[in-house]
Design a protein around this ligand. Structure first.
Ligand SMILES: Cc1ncc(Cn2c(C)c(CCOP(=O)(O)OP(=O)(O)O)sc2=O)c(N)n1
Ligand SMILES: Nc1ncnc2c1ncn2[C@@H]1O[C@H](COP(=O)(O)OP(=O)(O)O)[C@@H](O)[C@H]1O
Ligand SMILES: [Mg+2]
Length: 568
């Protein structure tokens, strides 16, 4: 430097903010605290939206679903140790569900952690995070912040998306360096999620197997929804003429009312199909691992389209693996079937349509019953129409009966509009996902929550009111987990699965300035939800459901362990 001229400096705080902005990341989901409170303030001052939650798990679920909706990594920022651990559940969940997310946590200095000298909130966070996420990095020097964020971004969105942990020891933020050198150290990631083109041979092999089928089925998974190749997927399904079954978060890629949709004939098509093409769906527990009674006795051939080669043969033999990104694969499929394709036999497609219509007709009267207190179907009949009238609205859904019954009753019409518990079946995603969905899309959100499920993230209704988000929470209040009728005959304690009888969750919302409504009939529910959709005001509707209406564990009661010994 020429003598007397002050060199311009930058520091870790500013380099982190510059790295995020350089890579188009404009929202941070966080809970403030040492050592990242000032980072949040400075990021907000630099034009990044910094959303502060009441618990890091909800900030993490928000970041994960933000990644799923935008294909850019959602960023969750937490304090050390306990804050990091609270965010870790969401990071593991994002990794399991293939959502691109980065958990950025402050941490203690290496020299103290490695000697276990008992620092404030001391924990070896990097070591703990590694087994639970797709990749994990630590940055010790300010000049490495650019590379650190570039690696985290690329790891989160390339290949099979997932969760990445980025560990920032407190002293990093205060490190200063020459400003020009600092800017040069930043990296704008080029082509973070490169197209993965399938081999022409794998495309041909897959279509030959599909063409040979007498009773073909396409199963669309949330990987297909994530790919944002909506037009390509719709034209492939329609040109092929093959019936399709959407997994819960793939609903709406084609409307559930589409003539080829086999959703309402799920058990028939799983049993009777002879060739199954999986597109961005795993043959895991949600599809009974591709074997057993739900798949029938007849031999089946599986085709699988997935960006992750190791997913093939995970549960059953895949006779036609197609490794690639769904956008590239499906456009290759579309080119190949543009000539010389024969639609599947009419007897198969007709059989599905009649089975579907039969099941829809059976369900219809249940959705009309106006009894009070409501049962699940009476309440869901109202919400089915709300989504039909507001196809832009995003539906968040969790619970047991509240989840399982809503999945089958509420039709979706557009892609990425149903955000639920995902692969694990985790409770607690509700408010975090609702907040991110509202912020990232600007669309209204309808969160349909079991009363137990709501309890995991319920404190965030204050966050919803604070940011004045267009979120309408409908709590299916049946006084408990699965039901509200269990009795403890041994002592004065309530049964383990019941809650306060007649709780009024709507009063909680009023405490924060939101709109609270107690709905005891479908008509009252309909009026309240439509008002919320029209007003866009934060609203919580306590929908009173008959405590006897539910069944244990909803649709997955069979997963409960049994013993030959009688329950004492
Ligand atoms: C984190 C976590 N804890 C506990 C569970 C177990 N669980 C729990 C506690 C559920 C709540 C069901 O009660 P609900 O009130 O949300 O819904 P319904 O009463 O309508 O069935 S569903 C379910 O699988 C879980 N899946 N995830
Ligand atoms: N862009 C993409 N292209 C191809 N496969 C993808 C893409 N994104 C995610 N995937 C894959 O999609 C699959 C999603 O499966 P899963 O989460 O089981 O869906 P669902 O629960 O809806 O059946 C994962 O195996 C993942 O590797
Ligand atoms: Mg309940």
């Amino acid at each position: 430097e020429a003598p007397g001229t002050e060199q311009e400096l930058t520091d870790g705080f500013h380099l982190v903010i510059d790295a995020l902005k350089l890579n188009g990341i404009n929202t941070i989901y966080n809970v403030p605290g040492i050592p990242i409170t000032d980072l949040g303030r400075m990021a907000q001052a630099a034009g990044i939206r910094v959303i502060s939650f009441r618990h890091e798990q909800n900030a993490g679920y928000a970041a994960g679903i933000a990644g799923y909706l935008t294909k850019k990594p959602g960023v969750c920022l937490t304090v050390s140790a306990p804050g990091f651990l609270n965010g870790l559940t969401a990071l593991a969940h994002a990794t399991t569900n293939c959502y691109p997310m980065i958990l950025v946590s402050g941490s203690s200095e290496r020299e103290i952690v490695d000697l276990q000298q008992g620092d404030y909130e001391e924990m070896d966070q990097l070591a703990i995070a590694k087994p639970l996420c797709k990749a994990a990095y630590r940055v010790l020097h300010a000049q490495d912040i650019g590379i650190g964020f570039a690696r985290a971004i690329r790891a989160a969105v390339s290949g099979r998306p997932g969760g990445v942990y980025l560990d920032l020891p407190a002293k990093l933020f205060g490190q200063v360096m020459n400003a020009e050198a600092g800017q040069k150290s930043l990296v704008k990631v080029i082509d973070a999620a490169p197209a993965q083109i399938p081999s022409p041979g794998s495309v041909k092999r897959a279509l030959d197997v599909l063409k040979s089928a007498k009773r073909p089925l396409i199963i669309l998974g949330k990987g297909a929804a994530y790919a944002q190749a909506d037009e390509e997927i719709k034209s492939f399904v329609e040109k092929s003429g093959v019936p399709f079954l959407p997994m819960s978060m793939a609903k709406g890629l084609l409307p559930d009312t589409h003539p080829q949709c086999a959703g309402a004939a799920r058990s028939t098509v799983l049993k009777e199909s002879d060739v199954v093409m999986l597109i961005g769906a795993r043959l895991n527990w949600l599809l009974s691992h591709g074997k057993g009674k739900s798949w029938g006795e007849a031999p089946k051939k599986f085709i699988q389209v997935d960006i992750e080669p190791r997913e093939m043969d995970s549960n059953v033999e895949i006779v036609a693996p197609v490794v690639g990104d769904i956008g590239s694969v499906v456009s290759a499929f579309n080119q190949a079937i543009s000539t010389g394709w024969t639609a599947p036999p009419a007897e198969w497609t007709k059989a599905i349509v009649s089975k579907r219509d039969e099941n829809v007709a059976k369900m219809a009267p249940k959705l009309m019953n106006n009894k009070s207190p409501m049962d699940y179907h009476g309440a869901l009949g109202v919400l089915k129409n709300v989504i039909k009238d507001h196809p832009e609205a995003i539906l968040v859904n969790e619970g047991a009966n509240t989840l399982d019954l809503a999945r089958g009753v509420i039709d979706m019409y557009k892609p990425r509009k149903r955000l639920d518990v995902g692969t694990w079946g985790v409770m607690g995603i509700g408010m975090g996902q609702a907040i991110a969905a509202a912020l990232e899309t600007g669309h209204p959100v309808l969160a349909v929550e079991g009363d137990s499920a709501f309890g995991f993230s319920g404190m965030e209704i204050e966050t919803i009111c604070r940011y004045n988000l267009p979120i309408c929470v409908v709590i299916f209040n049946n006084d408990g987990i699965y039901r509200g009728t269990d009795v403890n005959s041994v002592n004065a304690d309530p049964a383990t699965t019941v809650f306060v009888k007649g709780a009024r969750y709507d009063k909680m919302m009023e405490a924060f300035g939101g709109v609270g409504v107690n709905a005891t009939s479908p008509d009252e529910l309909k009026r309240a939800v439509n008002e919320a959709m029209a007003s866009g005001k934060p609203t919580l509707i306590n929908a009173v459901i008959d405590p006897a209406a539910g069944s244990e564990s909803g649709r997955i009661g069979n997963l409960n362990p049994q013993s030959v010994l009688q329950k004492k």
